[in-house]
Design a protein around this ligand. Structure first.
Ligand code: AMP
Length: 175
Protein backbone atom coordinates (compact mmCIF):
# COMPACT_ATOMS: atom_id res chain seq x y z
CA UNK A 1 0.00 0.00 0.00
CA UNK A 2 1.48 3.47 -0.88
CA UNK A 3 2.30 5.50 2.25
CA UNK A 4 0.34 8.61 3.12
CA UNK A 5 0.61 11.63 5.39
CA UNK A 6 -2.87 12.74 6.40
CA UNK A 7 -2.06 16.37 7.12
CA UNK A 8 -0.24 16.68 3.79
CA UNK A 9 -3.23 15.19 2.01
CA UNK A 10 -5.66 17.43 3.87
CA UNK A 11 -3.77 20.54 2.75
CA UNK A 12 -4.66 19.63 -0.85
CA UNK A 13 -8.41 19.91 -0.27
CA UNK A 14 -9.44 23.36 -1.48
CA UNK A 15 -12.16 25.12 0.52
CA UNK A 16 -14.40 27.19 -1.74
CA UNK A 17 -16.87 29.45 0.09
CA UNK A 18 -20.33 30.02 -1.38
CA UNK A 19 -20.10 27.31 -4.08
CA UNK A 20 -22.28 26.08 -5.73
CA UNK A 21 -24.51 28.46 -3.81
CA UNK A 22 -24.32 30.98 -0.96
CA UNK A 23 -23.66 29.47 2.45
CA UNK A 24 -22.01 26.25 1.20
CA UNK A 25 -18.32 25.69 1.96
CA UNK A 26 -17.44 23.43 -0.96
CA UNK A 27 -14.62 20.94 -0.40
CA UNK A 28 -12.85 20.55 -3.73
CA UNK A 29 -10.88 17.30 -3.97
CA UNK A 30 -9.56 17.86 -7.49
CA UNK A 31 -6.16 19.19 -6.26
CA UNK A 32 -5.91 16.17 -3.95
CA UNK A 33 -6.63 13.78 -6.83
CA UNK A 34 -4.13 15.49 -9.12
CA UNK A 35 -1.31 15.43 -6.55
CA UNK A 36 -1.91 12.33 -4.40
CA UNK A 37 -4.42 9.95 -5.95
CA UNK A 38 -2.75 6.67 -4.87
CA UNK A 39 -2.14 7.97 -1.31
CA UNK A 40 -5.75 9.13 -1.08
CA UNK A 41 -6.94 5.63 -1.96
CA UNK A 42 -4.52 4.18 0.62
CA UNK A 43 -5.87 6.54 3.29
CA UNK A 44 -9.41 5.35 2.55
CA UNK A 45 -8.33 1.70 2.44
CA UNK A 46 -6.78 2.09 5.92
CA UNK A 47 -10.13 3.03 7.49
CA UNK A 48 -11.25 -0.63 7.41
CA UNK A 49 -9.33 -3.56 8.87
CA UNK A 50 -8.56 -6.78 6.97
CA UNK A 51 -11.54 -8.60 8.45
CA UNK A 52 -13.90 -5.82 7.36
CA UNK A 53 -12.47 -5.83 3.83
CA UNK A 54 -12.89 -9.60 3.62
CA UNK A 55 -16.62 -9.11 4.11
CA UNK A 56 -16.98 -6.86 1.05
CA UNK A 57 -17.47 -8.07 -2.51
CA UNK A 58 -17.96 -4.75 -4.27
CA UNK A 59 -17.63 -0.99 -3.82
CA UNK A 60 -20.63 1.18 -4.65
CA UNK A 61 -19.47 4.42 -6.30
CA UNK A 62 -21.91 7.32 -6.09
CA UNK A 63 -21.96 9.73 -9.06
CA UNK A 64 -19.74 11.41 -9.67
CA UNK A 65 -16.79 11.87 -7.31
CA UNK A 66 -17.69 8.60 -5.61
CA UNK A 67 -16.97 6.84 -8.93
CA UNK A 68 -13.34 7.93 -8.86
CA UNK A 69 -12.71 6.86 -5.28
CA UNK A 70 -14.67 3.61 -5.50
CA UNK A 71 -12.87 2.64 -8.72
CA UNK A 72 -9.48 3.27 -7.10
CA UNK A 73 -10.46 1.21 -4.07
CA UNK A 74 -11.91 -1.60 -6.21
CA UNK A 75 -8.61 -1.80 -8.09
CA UNK A 76 -6.51 -1.65 -4.92
CA UNK A 77 -8.59 -4.20 -3.01
CA UNK A 78 -9.48 -6.47 -5.96
CA UNK A 79 -13.22 -5.93 -5.49
CA UNK A 80 -16.12 -5.38 -7.85
CA UNK A 81 -17.59 -1.97 -8.69
CA UNK A 82 -21.27 -1.02 -8.71
CA UNK A 83 -22.47 2.39 -9.89
CA UNK A 84 -25.20 4.55 -8.34
CA UNK A 85 -26.03 7.11 -11.03
CA UNK A 86 -28.07 10.21 -11.75
CA UNK A 87 -31.41 9.48 -13.47
CA UNK A 88 -31.46 8.40 -17.10
CA UNK A 89 -27.82 7.25 -17.23
CA UNK A 90 -28.20 3.53 -16.51
CA UNK A 91 -30.14 1.37 -18.99
CA UNK A 92 -33.28 -0.39 -17.72
CA UNK A 93 -34.16 -2.15 -15.56
CA UNK A 94 -33.28 0.31 -12.78
CA UNK A 95 -34.51 1.18 -9.29
CA UNK A 96 -34.94 4.92 -8.51
CA UNK A 97 -34.82 6.83 -5.24
CA UNK A 98 -35.54 10.54 -4.70
CA UNK A 99 -33.52 12.37 -2.03
CA UNK A 100 -32.51 15.83 -0.80
CA UNK A 101 -28.93 17.08 -0.49
CA UNK A 102 -27.16 20.02 1.14
CA UNK A 103 -27.97 22.14 -1.90
CA UNK A 104 -31.16 20.96 -3.62
CA UNK A 105 -33.18 17.88 -4.56
CA UNK A 106 -32.16 14.97 -6.74
CA UNK A 107 -32.75 11.34 -7.63
CA UNK A 108 -30.39 8.36 -7.90
CA UNK A 109 -30.64 5.02 -9.69
CA UNK A 110 -29.06 1.57 -9.50
CA UNK A 111 -29.22 -1.41 -11.82
CA UNK A 112 -31.95 -3.87 -10.84
CA UNK A 113 -31.70 -7.63 -11.26
CA UNK A 114 -27.93 -7.87 -10.71
CA UNK A 115 -26.30 -10.63 -8.62
CA UNK A 116 -26.66 -9.57 -4.95
CA UNK A 117 -23.36 -8.61 -3.33
CA UNK A 118 -21.95 -7.51 0.04
CA UNK A 119 -21.23 -3.85 -0.61
CA UNK A 120 -19.50 -0.78 0.84
CA UNK A 121 -20.89 2.64 -0.18
CA UNK A 122 -18.23 5.16 -1.26
CA UNK A 123 -18.42 8.93 -1.72
CA UNK A 124 -16.18 11.95 -1.22
CA UNK A 125 -18.24 14.03 1.23
CA UNK A 126 -20.98 13.12 3.72
CA UNK A 127 -22.95 16.32 4.37
CA UNK A 128 -26.65 15.95 5.30
CA UNK A 129 -26.56 12.21 4.62
CA UNK A 130 -29.32 12.30 2.00
CA UNK A 131 -27.11 10.90 -0.75
CA UNK A 132 -25.76 8.00 1.30
CA UNK A 133 -29.21 7.22 2.75
CA UNK A 134 -30.70 7.10 -0.76
CA UNK A 135 -27.81 4.95 -1.99
CA UNK A 136 -28.19 2.61 0.98
CA UNK A 137 -31.93 2.28 0.26
CA UNK A 138 -31.21 1.59 -3.42
CA UNK A 139 -28.69 -1.14 -2.58
CA UNK A 140 -31.15 -2.80 -0.21
CA UNK A 141 -33.92 -2.59 -2.83
CA UNK A 142 -31.55 -4.25 -5.30
CA UNK A 143 -30.99 -7.06 -2.74
CA UNK A 144 -27.39 -6.12 -1.98
CA UNK A 145 -26.16 -6.55 1.59
CA UNK A 146 -24.89 -3.18 2.82
CA UNK A 147 -21.79 -3.61 5.02
CA UNK A 148 -21.16 0.09 5.62
CA UNK A 149 -20.12 3.38 4.08
CA UNK A 150 -16.74 5.05 3.54
CA UNK A 151 -16.10 8.70 2.72
CA UNK A 152 -13.14 11.01 2.63
CA UNK A 153 -14.86 13.71 4.69
CA UNK A 154 -17.72 13.47 7.14
CA UNK A 155 -19.21 16.91 7.89
CA UNK A 156 -20.52 15.48 11.13
CA UNK A 157 -22.11 18.72 12.33
CA UNK A 158 -24.57 18.43 9.42
CA UNK A 159 -25.76 14.85 9.92
CA UNK A 160 -26.44 12.01 12.29
CA UNK A 161 -26.37 9.45 9.52
CA UNK A 162 -25.36 5.91 10.34
CA UNK A 163 -25.20 3.09 7.81
CA UNK A 164 -26.85 -0.11 9.01
CA UNK A 165 -26.51 1.31 12.55
CA UNK A 166 -22.74 1.64 12.17
CA UNK A 167 -20.78 4.92 12.06
CA UNK A 168 -19.60 5.88 8.60
CA UNK A 169 -15.89 5.25 8.02
CA UNK A 170 -14.14 8.51 7.16
CA UNK A 171 -10.62 9.74 6.65
CA UNK A 172 -11.50 13.14 8.14
CA UNK A 173 -14.41 14.01 10.43
CA UNK A 174 -15.30 17.68 10.94
CA UNK A 175 -17.47 18.42 13.98
P1 AMP B 1 -25.46 15.01 1.28
O1 AMP B 1 -26.47 14.23 0.51
O2 AMP B 1 -26.03 16.29 1.82
O3 AMP B 1 -24.77 14.19 2.33
O4 AMP B 1 -24.36 15.50 0.24
C1 AMP B 1 -23.36 14.63 -0.20
C2 AMP B 1 -23.13 14.76 -1.67
O5 AMP B 1 -23.07 16.12 -2.10
C3 AMP B 1 -21.80 14.15 -2.04
O6 AMP B 1 -21.96 13.40 -3.23
C4 AMP B 1 -20.86 15.32 -2.21
O7 AMP B 1 -20.05 15.14 -3.35
C5 AMP B 1 -21.75 16.54 -2.35
N1 AMP B 1 -21.47 17.56 -1.35
C6 AMP B 1 -22.30 17.97 -0.37
N2 AMP B 1 -21.77 18.95 0.36
C7 AMP B 1 -20.55 19.15 -0.15
C8 AMP B 1 -19.47 20.05 0.19
N3 AMP B 1 -19.57 20.91 1.21
N4 AMP B 1 -18.35 19.99 -0.56
C9 AMP B 1 -18.23 19.11 -1.58
N5 AMP B 1 -19.21 18.26 -1.95
C10 AMP B 1 -20.35 18.28 -1.25
Amino acid sequence: MPSFNLSRLEQCIRLVPDFPQAGILFRDITPLLSEHFASTISAMQAQLNDQQWQQIDALVGIESRGFILAAGLAQAMQKGLILVRKPGKLPPPVISQAYSLEYGQDCLEIAAQQTPKRVLLVDDVLATGGTLAASEALCLSASHQVQGALVLMNLASLNQYTCQNQPVHSVWTYR
